[in-house]
Design a protein around this ligand. Structure first.
Ligand code: C6P
Length: 414
């Protein structure tokens, strides 16, 4: 039988799907190298958003009339697409949230308040985005639990030999780790950490906000108990994300937000809760956004997550090579084969914000700052870095333009 390999991704061709690239920025084509902050949107997703408003708009789960039922069917179909995308066993375990941040706060509050206390330990990592750090730090402090972080080495990779020491120190109840670091692109060994967390009797929270857009996610293989994603980073609209949680954990948890839709019965004496996932979806949800999130899942699936990952991996290797030629650039993070399409760097003697400002004149968009990862910046000994991040529509020419722009930065500012 002939085996036909799936063709590699053609980024140049895919760019035509994204209307944003049709305009000039400061008279130049846009080199959008900030997809880790949020991705651009293909016409397919924008059409899904508009189409929902034009043909199906009504409130979900609240009407017996045709329009409401149609809206509900599209909303629930989107939930099932998200379920399939992360290989969740059941759609009732998929909760629509505003974003990954809200998903992680949901776990911290709704699980943390009732399950943590003095003598317990919550473990995060030094690489975490604040969204997977601060809610767990806060809930640990409020419940009297201890808060610890798995340290990183000089290459920005987690030091797993520290795990035994952490296990010896206390009763580990929750471990929260990002699958891909937003600042360094490090791909973390979540499967190993999840196995260790389960040996301790802890629940494993996986922040997949930075991974889901770029690689195939199988939360069952990962060993997650909770997993958070944001649609806007994966070609979907802003304002919607998802939390997946194991049914038995979600069933045992109290709600996070209270109000309409999340109740079964309300009486003066007592209120009882709706079934999953509605118990955690108080108020009118982001309906059109959820439907367009489903369209984004279709779009990414049609391109193929493996092809996207390979494409970004090649770009990261190319960018690291090009930047490595310049002795006035410091890059941070692991080698190309152990990172996603994210490259953080600094230009000797120039503040990252100035670098980003000058690159903007060239039509190049990168992020400069602490990337919502201040503990990591402290560990690296810097206040901020520049960060270029890639996606399925990024082409090599944009990395060449970045390098040319950096030469200009050096000429103007040093
Ligand atoms: N990172 C970045 O530039 P929200 O904002 O809720 O959609 O996603 C939060 C979040 C959680 N985890 C990780 C690993 C993330 O990278 C982010 C968002 C953006 O890196 C904005 S700070």
């Amino acid at each position: 039988m002939a085996v036909t390999a799936k063709p590699k991704l053609d980024a140049q061709k895919l760019r035509a799907d994204f209307p944003i690239f049709e305009q000039l920025v400061h008279g130049k084509p846009l080199a959008y190298l900030d997809s880790a902050v949020t991705s651009q949107k293909p016409r397919y997703v924008l059409d899904a958003l508009l189409n929902f408003y034009e043909t199906s708009y009504g409130n979900v789960h609240r009407g017996v009339y045709w329009l409401s039922e149609r809206a509900t069917a599209e909303f629930e179909a989107a939930r099932d697409k998200v379920r399939g995308f992360v290989n969740a066993p059941s759609a009732k375990e998929v909760i629509f949230t505003r974003n990954a941040t809200e998903a992680l706060n949901l776990v911290a509050y709704a699980w943390g308040w009732d399950n943590l206390g003095p003598g317990d330990t919550v473990v995060v990592t030094e690489l975490e985005h604040h969204a997977n750090f601060v809610p767990f730090q806060f809930i640990a402090q409020r419940t009297g639990a201890t808060f610890k972080a798995i340290p990183i080495d000089g290459a920005g990779e987690l030091q797993l030999d520290a795990l035994d020491g952490l296990a010896a120190e206390g009763n580990i109840k929750l471990v929260a780790v990002g699958l891909i670091s937003n600042s360094l692109g490090t791909i973390n060994p979540v499967e190993k950490i999840a196995a260790w967390a389960h040996e301790q009797g802890a629940v494993m929270v996986v922040d997949a906000a930075q991974a889901a857009p770029h690689k195939a996610i199988d939360l069952q293989t990962l060993g997650a108990d909770f997993l958070a994603i944001s649609a806007h980073k994966m070609c979907g609209p802003s304002g919607v994300g998802a939390l997946w949680g194991k049914a038995e954990l979600l069933e045992a948890m109290s709600p996070f937000n209270m109000g309409g839709q999340m109740i079964r019965q309300v009486r003066m004496e007592k209120t009882t809760w709706n079934e999953l996932p509605y118990k955690f979806e108080a108020g009118t949800p982001p309906m059109a956004e959820a439907v367009a999130f489903g369209a984004a899942v279709d779009y990414l699936t049609a391109i193929g997550l493996d092809a996207i990952e390979e494409h970004e991996h090649e770009l990261a290797a190319y960018a690291l090579d090009r930047l490595g030629e310049l002795d006035w650039i410091t890059t941070y993070g692991p080698p190309a084969d152990r990172r996603a399409g994210i490259v953080s760097f600094n230009v000797e003697g120039v503040h990252p914000h100035d670098v980003a400002q000058i690159l903007d004149w060239e039509g190049i968009a990168i992020r400069a700052g602490h990337h919502c990862a201040q503990p990591l910046m402290a560990k690296l000994g810097v206040a901020a870095t520049n960060r270029a991040s890639f996606y399925l529509y990024t082409v090599r020419d944009e990395i060449d333009r970045l390098v040319a722009g950096l030469h200009k930065v050096r000429k103007v500012l040093t």
